[in-house]
Design a protein around this ligand. Structure first.
Ligand code: C2E
Ligand code: CA
Ligand code: CA
Ligand code: CA
Length: 275
């Protein structure tokens, strides 16, 4: 293996052979990573634009690899999905996120990413119920973030699972909205509470009038369907102002904070409230 230092994340040689070798290596190492406590969670604040209030946070997984250092979930989650390890890792994330969030003050929520494969193949209802009862976190404070890839396979079974979860009080968000192939057709039938506007739109909305119109349409659609809207990837005041003007209530992004330890995120937002 190569020395992969420099930067926040370990980088990798883009040539296909090297990438494949690294991917096989990561897949092998991932099997022991849970047991060896190499995964941890970071939390990114979700802020109500109007009040500047902290509403909750999204849990984002990190892997501290003994040799390569920090590895991005954008790299290892796809490997976990293709190897099937995502079910075990996703279960750990769910339990860990609930355990941490149960100690947070007030009504703060926690959002957990659930892979399509995990949602389909694992007993997600049992896992959620165990994670909630074990941690004492009220169901209304847990949000599951699903992408539309969860609905590509067995639509009926997936909808049944979502309905069952929602009946227990868990919140369901459709993640990365607008980036898939047929987002619109899902909206009619899915039992959803929230839409997350993908950051690719937020990033371009102030430079490209067409993108701004798309964001406007997504927000108006969500409002019409009585879904909460969360914009991801909010980096500037300009973006936050534009989103709020368009009727989006909640934002998440570097403007408000990078993913961080829960304790630091909480103290930052408590401190700001006292100002
Ligand atoms: P996502 O669910 O769309 O999460 C948002 C990603 O955007 C996160 O990257 C976050 O750190 C990043 N981000 C947040 N605000 C900004 C911003 O203002 N600007 C920019 N440029 N980026 C921002 P991260 O943590 O690297 O995660 C990447 C993806 O990996 C996530 O995308 C999600 O699909 C997946 N992921 C992360 N944690 C988990 C997990 O526990 N389970 C599963 N299944 N997937 C996860
Ligand atoms: Ca997400
Ligand atoms: Ca996204
Ligand atoms: Ca995503």
């Amino acid at each position: 293996a190569k020395a992969l230092a420099g930067g926040r994340w370990s980088s990798f040689d883009p040539s296909a052979a090297v990438r494949q070798a690294r991917s096989r290596r990561l897949e092998r190492d991932m099997r022991d990573a849970l047991r060896n406590r190499q995964f941890f969670l970071r939390f990114q604040p979700q802020i109500e634009f109007a009040s500047g209030r902290l509403l909750g946070a999204e849990a984002l997984i990190r892997w501290n690899h003994p040799e390569f250092g920090l590895i991005s979930p954008a790299e290892f989650i796809p490997i976990a999905e293709s190897s099937g390890l995502i079910c075990e890792i996703g279960r750990w994330t769910l339990f860990e996120a609930c355990r941490e969030a149960a100690a947070w003050p007030g009504e703060l929520g926690v959002a957990v990413n659930v892979s399509a494969l995990q949602f389909e193949q694992s007993d997600i209802e049992a896992d959620v119920s165990e994670a909630l009862s074990g941690s004492g976190l009220p169901s209304s404070r847990l949000c599951l973030e699903l992408t539309e890839s969860a609905f590509l396979g067995n639509g009926g079974a997936v909808i049944a699972k979502m309905c069952a979860l929602r009946e227990t009080g868990v919140v369901i968000a459709l993640d990365d909205f607008g980036t898939g192939y047929s987002s619109m057709s899902y909206l009619a039938d899915l039992p959803l509470d929230k839409l997350k506007i993908d950051q690719s739109f937020v990033r371009r909305m102030n430079a490209n009038p067409n993108v701004l119109e798309i964001v406007r349409a997504i927000i108006s659609l969500a409002n019409g369907l009585k879904l909460q809207v969360v914009a991801e990837g909010v980096e500037t005041e300009l973006e936050a102002d534009a989103l709020q003007r368009l009727g989006c209530e909640t934002g998440q992004g570097y403007l408000f904070g990078r993913p961080d330890e829960a304790i630091r995120m909480l103290s930052k937002w408590n401190a700001q409230k006292r100002l």
